[in-house]
Design a protein around this ligand. Structure first.
Ligand code: ADP
Length: 501
């Protein structure tokens, strides 16, 4: 080998890409070190062989065509064609295995020499394949997501539109991809969207990023619907993209509107009922007073002409009038409880119960009544006089409906499941006694106005309103009340107070 050729070979061997040289008929004249690595041949095994040795039969025509193209394009030119523009081919190595290859050839027109550079692109192809399958994978996942997912670029052009987005908007992905996302919005959101993106371009202020904005969307049929939109930013191959998560909230909105209207109707009918109770009891009072007065006059003026039985009847009428007056007063009070505003403040329940107990439990009962508060009670936001009344009723009932020689009342706070909602509540107040207990079938009835279970027992005769007041007070504090009890096993009244929440 001549010195000049030796020098050239040494230079070519140090090049990272594979390099070969053939004559016009394809005979290999030169093959550098990287090429031997790529194809697995030693130099002496390929020099003098035809280039077709390195290609499977199926690729031979492609190479021939490429060679022709390059030859034609360089025809008449002094300079060879640039190495950089190449093609992808399948090559064959010494072991008989095929692999992807990038090939760029140039033809030197002066002496019909073909120069080729080759690069094994197996790894790149593998990576491309895995990216492709990754994207397919992501697309499959996106299609299983129940929320609509829409990917847009910085200009608002849609790049991705999953199956849920298709069913929300009524467009197929192919109808929207490449178009501006504004097509899915009515005015004024269309213009606002432009200004959001413009703003982002100029200031970098990501106003549109966030979760749960409620806006109006437009379906393919032109119908508008309420939707919740969350936007996230992501970078794809160095480009900023936005992913919008869309949820059709038409049904939720309709349900909210229906609930609001039910609540309004309920509030109206509640206040009408309170109003009715107030007016009715006011109007009842007058004839009642007349009745009582007449009974009194009858007794005073005609006592002589009445027999013992007649006098007893009059006394009974007067007793019943007094009782009815109490009931009417209770009704009036009940209606006031529902109508009057609460005077809300933060109240220390320990102090409140101390003063209620002092007033409710007369001194002579200290021997037989034992009030236990296992741990300090919290402060609560409430109407102090009303909550005092609540505890007064529960404490006096715990004593009234109790035949035990040692009457035990426990007041405390606990966490337990609220049977009305089936939810675990963390602050449930309770008043528990070891009294006569209540049958399960009366657990609801006892809270009804004028409902009494122990009417035959005159010694504990009440008007049957205490628990009704208690329930109303609890409800005015956004709470709920329920009882746990068994006959002869004592009762436990549980309730929540939720004005502070
Ligand atoms: P009143 O005590 O005036 O009758 P309430 O509304 O306070 O009215 O109570 C309604 C009924 O519930 C009572 O008549 C009584 O039968 C029952 N009750 C209330 N509290 C208890 C209790 N702690 N133990 C047993 N029964 C009770």
């Amino acid at each position: 080998m001549e010195t000049r050729e030796l020098q050239l070979d040494t230079v070519l061997d140090s090049v990272k890409d594979g390099f070969f040289m053939t004559n016009k008929s394809g005979e290999i004249l030169s093959f550098n070190y990287s090429a031997t690595q790529i194809f697995g041949y030693d130099k002496h095994e390929v020099i003098g062989q035809n280039i077709s040795l390195l290609l499977p039969d199926s690729e031979q025509p492609k190479y021939a065509q490429y060679l022709l193209d390059v030859t034609n394009s360089t025809f008449g030119e002094q300079e060879s064609k640039d190495y950089g523009t190449g093609i992808e081919m399948i090559a064959l190595n010494k072991d008989g295995n095929t692999f992807p290859l990038e090939l760029a050839i140039s033809v030197l027109p002066s002496n019909d020499i073909v120069l080729g550079t080759v690069r094994d692109i197996s790894e790149r192809k593998q990576a491309e394949l895995s990216i492709k399958s990754y994207i397919e994978h992501i697309e499959t996942i996106m299609d299983t997501v129940l929320d609509g997912l829409i990917t847009i670029d910085m200009r608002g052009v849609i790049h991705g539109f999953n199956a849920a987005a298709e069913s929300i908007f009524g467009f197929r992905a192919r109808e929207v991809i490449g178009r501006n996302v504004k097509m899915l919005m009515p005015e004024p959101f269309q213009s606002e969207h432009d200004s959001y993106l413009d703003n982002y371009h100029t200031t970098g202020d990501k106003k549109i990023i966030g979760i749960g904005r409620e806006i109006t969307g437009r379906r393919k049929n032109g119908y508008l619907f309420p939707m919740e939109l969350g936007v996230n930013e992501m970078t794809v191959q160095g480009k900023t993209m936005f992913v919008g998560t869309v949820r059709d909230i038409s049904e939720r909105k309709a349900a909210e509107i229906a609930i609001d209207s039910y609540i309004r109707k309920l509030q109206i009918s509640n206040s009408e009922l309170d109003q009715f109770a107030y007016i009715a009891s006011h109007d009842l009072k007058e004839p009642l007073r007349g009745l009582a007065n007449n009974a009194l006059f009858l007794e005073e003026d005609h006592a002589d002409s009445l027999e013992g039985e007649g006098l007893r009847r009059i006394a009974r009428i007067r007793f019943l009038c007094t009782r009815m007056e109490k009931l009417v007063d209770s009704l009036l009070y009940y209606s006031r409880l529902g109508r009057q505003d609460l005077a809300v403040e933060e109240v220390d329940l320990n102090e409140l119960i101390d003063s209620v107990a002092e007033l409710t439990l007369p001194e002579e009962t200290t021997q037989s009544v034992h009030l236990l508060i296992p741990k300090a009670l919290p402060k609560v936001t409430c109407d102090k006089p009303r909550v005092s009344e609540l505890f007064r009723n529960l404490i006096s009932n715990a004593v009234k409906y109790n035949n035990s020689a040692r009457k035990e009342i426990e007041i405390g706070v606990k966490s337990c499941v609220n049977p009305h909602s089936n939810v675990l509540e963390h602050q449930v107040f309770y008043v528990k006694d070891n009294g006569i207990g209540i049958e399960g079938r009366f657990f609801e009835d006892i809270f009804r106005i004028f409902k009494r279970l122990n009417e035959e027992d005159d010694s504990v005769r009440g008007t049957g309103v205490g628990l009704t007041f208690v329930k109303k007070i609890v409800e005015r504090h956004n709470g709920q009340i329920w009882v746990e009890s068994e006959l002869e096993q004592g009762s436990c009244f549980n309730f929540t107070l939720k004005l502070g929440e």
